[in-house]
Design a protein around this ligand. Structure first.
Ligand code: SAM
Ligand code: SF4
Length: 349
């Protein structure tokens, strides 16, 4: 139907239809990177001398609101805000506060974020007030020296104060740790106990071949989560949980502590069939799959008609119709076939 004509009832019905991809997966989860910048330089994520995008390339806070609002109108029920470090984006609380209306209307079921924790001392209370109830904090080690080594610019005490502030504000905290051979392998019991003592779940993430740095180093750092799981069985009674979130995580419960331990293995193909998510970069590109290059530019239709979301909605629907069945990462034969040239901080992890 030509867009110049007023939409008919049928057209409106189509636009309100849920987002279903070609493999019958409902898209209900949007991860949004709000900045490519970060106050840390984790070795597996960024180089020390990153060049960041010029500000005009970034979606403004108003554009982020319009994007998320459009997705929520199309059936997205969960928003995860990420980056870069989302809490270093100037004015980010204005954005969180503006999303509160979708929680209040019931259209949005969950507003959450993934953060390195450095700014939580400042923002935890405001996030809770905006309706955030859970937060993922990335922390690979609780050894101060190792923390400085892996994050280059991060300082552990600041993050620990952030964790404490989040818990105090009433946020449920999950710790995400990247599993790194010869780095945090020996910390598994200590990190797990620290989380248990503070009532936090812990998820291990397999290191992914992102970015353009040190592939061989990264392969050397690879610590299989099968090994991590086996390590738990040495220390605890481990029960497999059936729970899935539509993502690449599998969970077990440690009977001794009651903790839930997650294992995110994005390199295995065992989760693609239930994938319910897409990722929006800070420049308005929509990636349908973390492991594929195919993306759609949503910034152009948004900027072309900021007061009418129909072109944006059509672009979103078109993009979802291209969501691939699965990704192409492959560590087999110790080659990084399917390596993605972009950084996690761009697509938002
Ligand atoms: N700055 C925030 C943080 O660190 O939580 C949010 C963005 S960060 C890109 C999101 C997640 O991606 C973090 O948990 C981080 O550890 C993870 N990550 C970054 N690079 C990775 C890689 N190469 N392999 C696996 N996980 C990675
Ligand atoms: Fe920053 Fe998060 Fe990347 Fe570390 S993992 S450099 S904290 S964006």
């Amino acid at each position: 139907m030509p867009l110049a004509q007023p939409p008919t009832g049928h057209y409106l019905l189509l636009m309100n239809a849920p987002l279903i991809d070609p493999f019958a997966r409902a898209i209900t989860y949007l991860r949004v990177s709000v900045t490519d910048r970060c106050d840390f330089r984790c070795v597996y994520c960024m180089s020390e001398n990153m060049t960041f995008l010029p500000k005009k390339e970034l979606l403004t806070l108003e554009e982020l609101d319009a994007m998320c609002t459009t997705f929520v109108g199309m059936g997205v029920e969960k928003l995860r805000i990420t980056g870069g470090e989302p809490l270093v984006r100037k004015g980010i609380m204005t954005f969180f506060n503006s999303m509160t209306r979708h929680l209040e209307s019931g259209a949005l079921k969950e507003l959450t974020l993934t953060t390195n924790g450095s700014q939580l001392e400042r923002f935890a209370g405001d996030l809770y007030a905006a309706g955030v109830r859970r937060v993922n904090i990335s922390l690979d080690t609780i050894d101060e020296g190792k923390f400085a080594e892996i994050t280059r610019w991060g300082r552990l005490p600041q993050v620990l104060r952030g964790v404490e502030a989040a818990l105090k504000a009433g946020l449920k905290v999950k710790i995400n740790a990247v599993a790194l051979k010869d780095f945090n392998e020996d910390e598994l019991p200590a990190l797990t106990k620290w989380c248990a003592d503070l009532g936090m779940d812990l998820t291990w993430i397999e290191v992914m071949p992102m970015g353009d740095l040190g592939n061989e180093d990264r392969l050397g750092q690879y610590w299989s989560l099968d090994d991590v799981r086996a390590r738990y069985a040495d220390h605890y009674t481990v029960t497999d949980l059936a729970e899935r979130t539509g993502g690449p995580a599998r969970y077990v419960r440690l009977e001794e502590t009651g903790q839930k331990i997650g294992f995110i293995t994005p390199l295995s193909h065992n989760f693609c069939e239930s994938c319910n998510r897409v990722r929006l970069t800070c420049t308005g590109e929509l990636y349908m799959c973390l492991g594929q290059e195919d993306m759609a530019d949503l910034r152009a239709p948004l900027r072309a008609s900021p007061d009418d979301s129909s072109a944006l909605e059509a672009a979103i629907r078109e993009a979802i119709s291209h969501k691939p069945k699965g990704h192409d990462f492959d560590y087999s034969r110790q080659r990084l076939d399917g390596q993605m040239p972009r950084h996690m901080s761009h697509t938002g992890g």
